[in-house]
Design a protein around this ligand. Structure first.
Ligand code: ADP
Ligand code: MG
Length: 228
């Protein structure tokens, strides 16, 4: 039992669409270790988001096992699952998933507030994370008043503040210009020293190049390469 990895065994995921079975992931085996930045690449529709959602325990595999930090997840209770997610997993969704009725700083503070941290100190900390992603001037804006790239940076700040061991990022630089994507990448690279598991689904070559290795997904199968 390894408390410092995500272990995936014989993982398959099918979706049923209009009675047609779509096989998205086919018998994957993976071992993702701490202290690594891993790029997940593959054509659109190849199953990158599907895999991230499974690893974030937001969806269930059709077959196979996912063990998170030594904890088997296939038969866990809802309570235990929520606890694992809250304590250990951050996901940056492809579409941001910001809470529309809350400001940027409140969105970023949310992971601390739901862990019962003091409201004012959570807001203070959220401010400092927003400054790190160059959004110190947008603290009190609502998501609808931010550009796509700004919303994405709020989502990134929100995923970093909770300081979880596992960070799953779904095309986090998709809406960012070169300057902001390089800066965001540098935060991800810093996380490496904090001994986290960072898995980034991306089309960005710079990320794929700087990652420790790349997982390429195609036709349901994953191949590993160090891509350098
Ligand atoms: P990627 O993130 O690599 O672009 P996805 O994981 O989003 O790919 O999707 C992989 C495939 O699974 C696509 O063909 C998509 O249409 C299908 N798919 C994803 N989610 C669902 C779902 N909830 N129901 C049916 N099909 C789905
Ligand atoms: Mg996707």
């Amino acid at each position: 039992m390894n408390k410092n990895s995500i272990k995936v065994e014989k993982l398959s995921k099918n979706f049923v669409n209009n009675k047609v079975v779509v096989k998205v992931l086919n018998n994957l085996n993976l071992n993702l270790e701490t202290g690594k930045i891993i790029a997940l690449v593959g054509p659109s529709g190849s199953g990158k988001s599907t895999l991230l959602h499974l690893l974030a325990l937001l969806d269930k595999p059709t077959e196979g096992k996912i063990t998170i930090l030594g904890e088997p997840t296939q038969n866990i209770t809802e309570n235990k699952r929520n606890q694992l997610i809250r304590n250990h997993i951050s996901i940056i969704f492809q579409n941001n998933n910001l809470l529309l009725d809350f400001t940027a700083v409140e969105n970023v503070a949310m992971p601390l507030i739901i862990r019962n941290k003091n409201y004012n100190s959570s807001i203070k900390e959220a401010e400092s994370y927003l400054k790190k992603v160059n959004l110190g001037h947008r603290l009190n804006h609502f998501p609808s008043d931010l550009s796509g790239g700004e919303q994405q940076r709020v989502a990134i700040a929100r995923s970093l503040i909770s300081d979880t061991k596992i960070i799953l990022a779904d095309e986090p630089t998709g809406n960012l210009d070169n300057k902001n994507s390089s800066e965001v990448l540098s935060y991800f690279l810093k996380l490496k020293q904090k001994n986290k598991i960072v898995l980034i689904a991306t089309h960005n070559r710079e990320i794929a190049k700087k990652a420790d290795y790349t997982l390429s997904i195609r036709d349901g199968i994953i191949k590993t390469s160090n891509g350098k």
